[in-house]
Design a binder for this molecule. Structure first.
Ligand code: GLC
Length: 436
């Protein structure tokens, strides 16, 4: 039986807390209707109206190496692909179902190709696996909170055997953990109502996952969802506690701590537009500069960002997503030192931006310029070893201008006469502190 050990936990989460930035990929049959991954539920679509997509699915342009290059060039250090979403369609060659990608015209084990390509590109890899399954006959239908047939009395649950569904679900997770090489992350989704914790036989499931994949990180959604932190936050972790908290489509307003005041490991999963799955009518994409600042915000609060792409039915990333990834990558190439391995600075947030920290080095992120010299809040002049512009390494003088003389307790940086920041999205000053 798995029991929590803080030292093991800290060692296991080290790479995740260093990586800070990952790609989420929501892809499957729902990419064909293009109305999001919940389309069967939101439209209460009977299975027979969904099956044509199964008979048609054939992403002829799917090139996982190209996907991996886009993720790597954007500065992402890990990636998570939906192996099975709530619709029950499996992107992998499961022996336990016919509802899988190898039985579509595509005929490919998409999970295996994703894992191979992203590992080869040097990224850590994870799989998203839905605990819900709207295809499986033993999963609750009528009266369930989310099932597409929840309002159909004729879809009653009298003959459904939930234990048989759990055996199927555990069996598929075992397939993923035993047949696809080393997995760095298992991203379960999600618990709701009474379906949480041991209702999923979570202790047994986690024992199996951790035995098959020592060192794997598991998210908190065997006991929570995008809401709720899970038992690790209470200081009394269950055997199926999540290794990290998973706020969704938002960034926590402050650094997350557990009941003992230990920082919680967390990852905000964020869509680029407002859908996880491909949705061509949703053009509300977040611009790269905004997402760069949000990545900085996550890191400044001790967390990660998992940024989602919803590939289309041919296996291509939306053009907007490609452009956004390129914009983020351009900034990351010069400024990733202020992201990877960084965390909270334990300093007051400057009005012009945010601060991240790695040991004795502070990264002051300037989202807007100041009038006059730049106050390095929380840093005394005598503490400063050097100030450099991260993007090109050039020296930034400490300011001794008369106009800051009323604030001798604060170090100021002198960015020179131009009112325009070198990087209008985020100009990063590297402040190295003197060894004390
Ligand atoms: C929510 C959505 C689900 C999505 C997940 C990503 O649970 O319902 O479709 O996969 O968020 O975090």
């Amino acid at each position: 039986m798995y029991t929590f050990n803080r030292d093991d936990y800290n060692a296991r989460t080290e790479w995740f807390r260093q990586a800070r930035f990952g790609m989420f990929l929501h892809w499957g049959l729902y990419s064909i209707p293009g109305r999001g991954e919940w389309v069967r539920s939101t439209e209460q679509m009977p299975e027979e109206d969904y099956l044509p997509f199964f008979r048609e699915f054939n992403p002829v342009d799917f090139d996982p190496k190209a996907w991996a290059r886009l993720a790597k060039d954007a500065g992402m250090r890990y990636a998570v692909l939906t192996a099975k979403h709530h619709d029950g369609f499996c992107l992998f060659d499961s022996a336990l179902t016919d509802f899988k990608s190898t039985n579509t015209p595509c005929g490919r084990d998409l999970v295996r190709e994703f894992l191979d390509a992203f590992r080869e590109a040097g990224l850590k890899v994870g799989l998203y696996y839905s605990l819900l399954d709207w295809h499986h006959p033993d999963y609750p239908h009528y009266g369930d909170q989310n099932h597409p047939m929840r309002n159909r009395p004729e879809c009653g649950n009298e003959n459904r055997d939930f234990d048989r569904y759990l055996a199927y679900m555990h069996g598929q997770v075992r397939e993923l953990c035993e047949n696809y090489g080393k997995l760095d992350l298992m991203w379960f989704d999600f618990s709701y109502g009474d379906l949480r914790g041991e209702a999923w036989k979570a202790s047994e499931l986690v024992d199996m996952v951790r035995s098959a994949q020592p060192g794997i990180l598991i998210d908190n959604r065997l006991e929570a969802s995008g809401e709720g932190f899970g038992s690790l936050a209470t200081g009394n972790p269950t055997p199926y506690h999540g290794d990290f908290v998973t706020p969704e489509t938002m960034i926590p307003p402050y650094q997350l701590m557990d009941a003992q005041g230990e920082p919680l490991v967390w990852e905000s999963c964020i869509t680029m537009n407002n859908h996880w799955g491909y949705c061509p009518t949703d053009r509300d994409f977040k611009p790269a500069p905004l997402l760069i600042k949000k990545l900085v915000e996550c890191v400044s609060k001790g967390g990660n960002m998992l940024l989602n792409v919803g590939p289309d039915a041919r296996g291509n990333f939306p053009e907007e997503s490609v452009e956004i990834l390129r914009g983020i990558g351009k900034w990351m190439r010069r400024n990733h030192d202020s992201i990877y391995g960084c965390g909270t600075a334990e300093l007051p947030k400057p009005e012009y931006g945010r601060v991240t920290r790695k040991g004795n080095t502070l990264y002051f992120h300037m989202f807007e310029n100041t009038l006059g010299p730049v106050p390095l809040m929380g840093v005394k002049p005598e503490q400063v070893q050097s100030i450099r512009l991260l993007a090109d390494g050039h020296e930034i003088p400490v300011s001794y201008s008369w106009c800051r003389s009323d604030y001798p307790e604060i170090a100021f940086a002198d960015l020179g006469p131009s009112p325009i920041l070198p990087d209008e999205t985020d100009t990063v000053l590297v402040v190295t502190l003197k060894e004390v």
